[in-house]
Ligand binder design. Structure first.
Ligand code: THU
Length: 128
C-alpha cells in the first residue's frame, strides 16, 4: 500500500468522526506489517477530556486485534497545512514505535516524518 492510499483510508474514516463539540473532524489509518489497515476517527464526549483522537482510535483498534507491529500511520484533518498529531497521540505513537507518520489535510498537503522527528527526546520503556 502506498502512503497516498493510506491517506485515502484516513480520509474515509474521517467521515465517521463524532465531533459535535469542536466540529473538527479527524481521520487516521494505520498499516500493519501483515498488510492490514485499521482506521479511526476522533470521538468526542460531553465531558470534553474523555474524548479520543483519531490516531489513538486507529492504534487501539489495531493493537486490540493483536496487531502491534505498525509500519505507518496517516492522519488527516481540514487544517490549513498538514494535520499534526497532538502531544498525547505522539506519546501513544511512540509506544508502538511507529516509524513513519504521514500528516495530511483535505487539500492535498502531505508531510511525512519519522518518529524521531515527531517526538524527539521521547520518554520510553528504556527510560524505566
Ligand atoms: N484531534 C485528533 O483527533 N487528533 C489530533 O492529533 C488533534 C486533535 C481531535 C480531538 C478533538 O476531537 C478535535 O480534534 C479538536 O481538538
Amino acid at each position: 500500500m502506498t502512503d497516498e492510499e493510506l491517506v485515502q483510508e484516513a480520509i474515509k474514516y474521517r467521515e465517521h468522526s463524532y465531533s459535535p463539540y469542536s466540529h473538527f473532524a479527524v481521520g487516521a489509518a494505520v498499516l500493519t506489517k501483515s498488510g492490514k489497515v485499521y482506521g479511526g476517527c476522533n470521538i468526542e464526549n460531553a465531558s470534553y477530556p474523555v474524548g479520543i483522537c483519531a490516531e489513538r482510535t486507529a492504534i487501539v483498534k489495531a493493537v486490540s486485534e493483536g496487531e502491534r507491529d505498525i509500519v505507518a500511520l496517516a492522519v488527516v484533518g481540514d487544517t490549513p497545512g498538514s494535520c499534526s498529531p497532538c502531544g498525547m497521540c505522539r506519546q501513544f505513537i511512540g509506544e508502538f514505535k511507529i516509524p513513519k507518520i504521514i500528516m495530511a489535510n483535505m487539500h492535498g498537503a502531505r508531510k511525512t516524518v519519522t518518529l524521531e522527528e515527531l517526538l524527539p527526546f521521547a520518554f520510553t520503556d528504556s527510560d524505566m
